[in-house]
Ligand binder design. Structure first.
Ligand SMILES: Nc1ncnc2c1ncn2[C@@H]1O[C@H](COP(=O)(O)OP(=O)(O)OP(=O)(O)O)[C@@H](O)[C@H]1O
Ligand SMILES: [Mg+2]
Length: 256
């Protein structure tokens, strides 16, 4: 049995021209951890996520997924190794029902051939049903995605990312575009659906209420560097986090 961490990042560097998007980023995350990535605009959160998913290659440094190096692999290969991603704007088929979207996600994992075999279809329907139940989506199964409120769309998008039981699930601002009334129930459902699972969850989030309530650990970025990494109550109370992330303290300009 592997005892390797879900994710290990060592000495990640990435520059875009004169901009440093990652500066010696070191992170180690265990299986099953729920981690939020925070930071102001341009801090380097998406750059980290893009390096983890293979969309960007770091200038230097190492990334291990479950003990295995993923540097140089294509996004598809990394996805196949167990890194799933949900997007800030859900990637759904709007003219299909909730259930058919899930079936499409399940089919995408199987070979094109097995998708068309009737025997597999009933298995897929059973799998979709199990996921609908886990995500409290059964009542919406036959509704078209175009008719759904934002929070339900997000749930479906996340449910679709989880169809292949990923090692790592990356959520890009799960509550953006979700109304204030919907955001806590939606996150409660996601966390309940993930309960007991070994899937590591990393979410980029600007809403500090969500960060404080749903993460076990907070990693704060500023200017490509990690400026805090710890328990939410500790990380969110750090002066640098208040200064450079949440804006609770005014940043002091050295050149003033
Ligand atoms: N493909 C790119 N080409 C050039 N510069 C880039 C590219 N991607 C990111 N950057 C720059 O790298 C820095 C880090 O950007 P990144 O997207 O990682 O920030 P972020 O923390 O995700 O911010 P936001 O909260 O706005 O999404 C920024 O200065 C950004 O302009
Ligand atoms: Mg970003």
């Amino acid at each position: 049995m592997s005892v390797a961490s879900a994710i290990v990042a060592r000495g990640l560097q990435k520059k875009f021209g004169a901009v440093t998007a990652a500066a010696d980023v070191q992170i180690e995350i265990a299986h099953g951890e729920r981690v939020s990535l925070i930071g102001s605009n341009g801090a380097g959160k998406t750059t980290f996520v893009n390096m983890l998913t293979g969309y960007i290659k770091p200038d230097s440094g190492e990334i291990l997924l479950d003990g295995r190096s993923i540097i140089g692999l294509a996004p598809r290969q990394i996805a196949r190794l167990g890194v799933a991603r949900s997007f800030q704007i859900p990637q759904l088929y709007k003219d299909l029902s909730v259930q058919d979207n899930l079936l499409a996600a399940i089919a995408a994992q199987q070979s094109a051939l097995s998708f068309w075999r009737p025997a597999n279809h009933s298995e897929s329907v059973a799998h979709a049903h199990e996921i609908l139940q886990r995500f409290d989506l059964l009542a919406h199964a036959d509704r078209l995605v175009s008719e759904l409120p934002g929070g339900i769309r997000k749930l479906l998008d996340i449910a679709m990312a989880l169809t292949r039981q990923p090692t790592v699930l990356l959520l890009d601002e799960p509550t953006s575009g979700v109304s204030a009334d919907e955001k806590f129930p939606m996150m409660d459902t996601v966390m309940r659906a993930l309960e007991g699972s070994r899937t590591t969850v990393l979410f980029v989030e600007h809403d500090m209420d969500i960060v404080a309530r749903y993460s076990q650990r907070v990693i704060a970025f500023y200017s490509g560097r990690i400026i805090a990494d710890g328990l939410p109550e500790v990380a969110l109370a750090m002066p640098d986090v208040k200064r450079y992330v949440t804006g609770e303290l005014i940043a002091v300009n050295d050149h003033a």
